[in-house]
Each structure stands twice: as structure tokens, then as C-alpha cells.
Design a binder for this molecule. Structure first.
Ligand code: HSE
Length: 436
């Protein structure tokens, strides 16, 4: 049977990985897919650089639209990133009747509803395993492997750059800015690291996982996003003393009132496997009513790990290419007419526990006042740690761990504590998840 023909839009790190892995493993992949999968066309602005990668094995063009216009291309792989041009090209490819594979989490988290609707109307597939956690087959796991379950929550370390920075901060006791510069020098962080360090990249990925886990539309605009830029080395050390690690965690939970969708620095018990995911690695936990808690670990970025996910989608599409569109796996795991309208909860309604660090005057009764305010707000304390400043300042750090409470209650209590004359600096608050 004739090979499935692929057009790659974008031949950078991931695109060249896709090309090389398809070449290297072509026999193995053919045995799995039932027919060959061949990259026959690639687009890259610098065609000379592209030719240096693909040689005479594929036609090289500068204009991505030449791929979409080619009737022989069965699947368009979009690897250029960004929102607007990629949106146009993906919609044009769908309109031309091509299946689409993309690694573009930003595109799908923001424009997913429009793109999936267009694909359903045209009867083509849009596959995006590579968009979340790189080489970890988490979309496949949530959408198919766990399909028997009523999923309760998904939580993950889904940004390698920030996990590398946090690991270095903990290992070396350094502050964020110092480690960021080092990460940029080593190539772990981009020259403009905003998407990573502000939690936006993680929130794009979490939005996609949440949609698949609960059968809700992709709603990036409703996600709560907080990055790691304000984290201090001192908090990482205090957390450690209390038996916790701080990770940038994406958390999505189903509650009776709606879905929590949030990315923020989070204390996790050190004894959890996921707390020990270090460096640029990714990991995702998913909890289902039947299966219990599951954990998936691997490389979240990089040329061949991401290519591994792209090619898995290519094989899936090749197998299902001729199937009736109604019998394929739905884009967001649930049938399009069976989506839930469960709302995404505002952050004030989220229930979680907290780490608080208060810089206070080392005087009689200060602890009692602080704990009194928490008690008045109905917030239950789990642990308290007091550390002398070690200098003559007469100040001390008071660290409090709470049990679960609604964020709105914590906001009120924190404002009251902040107003105490003996609280000498802005209170540091970090959310905590037991992931039990
Ligand atoms: N920049 C991401 C990370 C990989 O650091 O994990 C692509 O989403």
C-alpha cells in the first residue's frame, strides 16, 4: 500500500527529530502502522538549512501553504509554534481535508474550540500528543487508557525549565534570579523565558489535560496562573525542613461546584514520587475512581522525545485514516455532543492548604495573635515552625502550615494578619497539595 505522505511545517528541533526518527525506525513503524509513513515535503524559511537536514529525501519549500495546497499530502504536521499564523495554517489545512498533528499547546489552549469544531465538521483528525509533556504519552493515557474512570484530579510538573530552576535552587540554596541566569547560559531557559517562568506554558498544557479529563471545553482564559519568579531560597529550605518540596504544579480537580484549573508553586510531601522529579524532567499524576492514583514520568521536551509523541499521532492517524470519523477517538475524549458545562471555578472558591511565612517581631503574644486570626477565620493549623533570625534584629520567621480551607477565607485571614503591627514584611503564601 502507498505510504502516508507527511508535510512538516517547521523544521527546527522537533521537526528534524521527527524526520530522523521516521527514517531510522521506518521498518518498525511500518509494521505497526500497516503502511509506510514518509515525510515528503517540509517548509522552513531558510530552505538551505532545511536541505542540509533532509537532503533529497523530501521537497523543501519556504512557503508552508505549498504543503497545504499539495493534494498528495495526507497529514500536515504543524511545528512552528505561536498563535496567529499557526491558527490560520491549521484551519487552512483542515479546510483542505488534511489531518493535522501539532505540538502547539498555546494554539490549542486558546483556539482549540474553533479548531476541533472545524476538524469535526470536515471529518479530519487533529492530534496533539506532543503538546503536553513532550515524550510522555499522557494524552493517550488520559483519553484512552483511563477511559473507564471518572477522573477526579490531574496534577503535573509539566514545564521542564521551571523544574530545572527549582531543582537548582534547592540543591544549591540559590535565589531565583541567579539560577535563571545560569539556566539561560546552559540553554535550559530561553532568552525570553516569560512563558515558562510565569507558568503560562504549564497552564496551556494543563488546560488541555483538564478538557480531556473532564470533557469540558478548552478554557485557558479561566486558568489561574502564577509562576515561580517570586520564590525565595529561604522558602524552599523551610519547606524541606517541614518535609516538603516546592514544585511548579498544574492542578485540575473536579468538585461538586466546578473544575479547579490552576498553576502555581506548590508544596508537595517529599515522600511522594512526584516530589522527586528533578531537573528538566516532567511527571503527571492522574486519579481515577477505578484505577486509583497513577503516575507518568519522562522527558517533557527535546528533539526526539517530542518526535516520539508526534510520530505516535502519525501512526494513530494512519491506522484510522479510512475509518468512519464517528468511530474515531474524540479529540477531547468525550463525544462532542456529550461535553459537560461544569464551570471553571474562580480561585476564591478553590480549596487547598497553605504554607505561610511571616516575618514578625520576636515578642510575647505575636504567635497567639496570628493563630487567633486564623482560628477566627475557621482555618485549622497543621504545623508551626519558628526560626530565629540569627542576628540582633529582634525579628523571626514564623512558618505555618494549614489544613484545607477555601481560598477566600485565607485571603481574609491573610489581610488581617498583614495588618498586625508586629508583622514586618509582606506575608509569603504558597499553596500545598498532599496528592494522597
Ligand atoms: N519550554 C517547555 C519546558 C517545553 O520547559 O518544558 C515546551 O513546552
Amino acid at each position: 500500500m502507498k505510504s502516508i505522505q507527511i508535510g512538516l511545517i517547521g523544521l527546527g528541533t522537533v521537526g528534524s527529530g521527527v524526520f530522523h526518527v521516521l527514517q531510522r525506525n521506518q521498518e518498525e513503524i511500518r509494521r505497526r502502522a500497516g503502511r509506510g509513513i514518509e515525510v515528503t515535503m517540509v517548509s522552513r524559511r531558510n530552505v538551505e538549512q532545511a536541505r542540509a537536514i533532509v537532503g533529497d529525501k523530501a521537497q523543501v519549500v519556504a512557503d508552508a501553504r505549498a504543503i497545504i495546497a499539495n493534494p498528495d499530502i495526507d497529514i500536515v504536521v504543524e511545528l512552528m509554534g505561536g498563535y496567529e499564523l499557526s491558527r490560520e495554517l491549521v484551519l487552512e489545512a483542515i479546510a483542505a481535508g488534511k489531518h493535522v498533528v501539532t505540538a502547539n499547546k498555546a494554539l490549542l489552549a486558546v483556539h482549540g474550540t474553533e479548531i476541533f469544531a472545524a476538524a469535526s465538521a470536515k471529518g479530519v483528525m487533529v492530534a496533539f500528543e506532543a503538546a503536553v509533556a513532550g515524550g510522555i504519552p499522557i494524552i493517550k493515557s488520559l483519553r484512552e487508557g483511563l477511559t473507564a474512570n471518572r477522573l477526579q484530579w490531574v496534577a503535573g510538573i509539566i514545564n521542564g525549565t521551571t523544574n530545572f530552576i527549582l531543582s537548582e535552587m534547592r540543591d544549591k540554596g540559590l535565589d531565583f534570579e541567579v539560577v535563571l541566569q545560569e539556566a539561560q547560559r546552559l540553554g535550559y531557559a530561553e532568552a525570553d523565558p516569560t512563558f515558562d517562568i510565569e507558568g503560562i506554558d504549564a497552564a496551556h498544557k494543563l488546560t488541555l489535560m483538564s478538557a480531556i479529563a473532564f470533557g469540558i471545553p478548552v478554557q485557558f482564559d479561566k486558568a489561574y496562573v502564577e509562576g515561580i519568579t517570586k520564590l525565595a531560597a529561604a522558602d524552599i529550605q523551610y519547606a524541606e525542613q517541614l518535609g516538603y518540596r516546592i514544585k511548579l504544579l498544574g492542578v485540575t480537580k473536579r468538585t461538586a461546584h466546578g473544575v479547579e484549573l490552576r498553576v502555581h508553586p506548590t508544596l508537595i510531601p517529599s515522600k511522594r514520587l512526584i516530589a522527586n522529579v528533578e531537573g528538566a524532567m516532567n511527571a503527571v499524576m492522574a486519579h481515577g475512581d477505578a484505577v486509583g492514583t497513577t503516575l507518568y514520568y519522562g522527558k517533557g521536551a527535546g528533539s526526539e522525545p517530542t518526535a516520539s509523541a508526534v510520530i505516535a499521532d502519525l501512526v494513530d492517524i494512519t491506522r484510522l485514516h479510512t475509518a468512519d470519523p464517528a468511530h474515531r477517538v474524540p479529540h477531547l475524549a468525550f463525544q462532542p455532543d456529550a461535553m459537560s458545562n461544569l464551570p471553571v471555578l474562580p480561585m476564591s472558591e478553590v480549596v487547598t492548604s497553605y504554607y505561610l511565612r511571616l516575618r514578625v517581631a520576636d515578642q510575647t503574644g505575636v504567635l497567639a495573635k496570628v493563630t487567633g486570626l486564623l482560628a477566627e477565620s475557621g482555618i485549622n493549623i497543621d504545623a508551626v515552625l519558628q526560626r530565629a533570625s540569627g542576628d540582633e534584629s529582634g525579628q523571626t520567621d514564623l512558618i505555618i502550615l494549614t489544613h484545607d480551607c477555601q481560598e477566600a477565607k485565607m485571603n481574609t485571614a491573610q489581610a488581617q494578619m498583614q495588618n498586625l503591627p508586629t508583622v514586618l514584611a509582606p506575608i509569603v503564601r504558597i499553596r500545598k497539595e498532599e496528592l494522597a
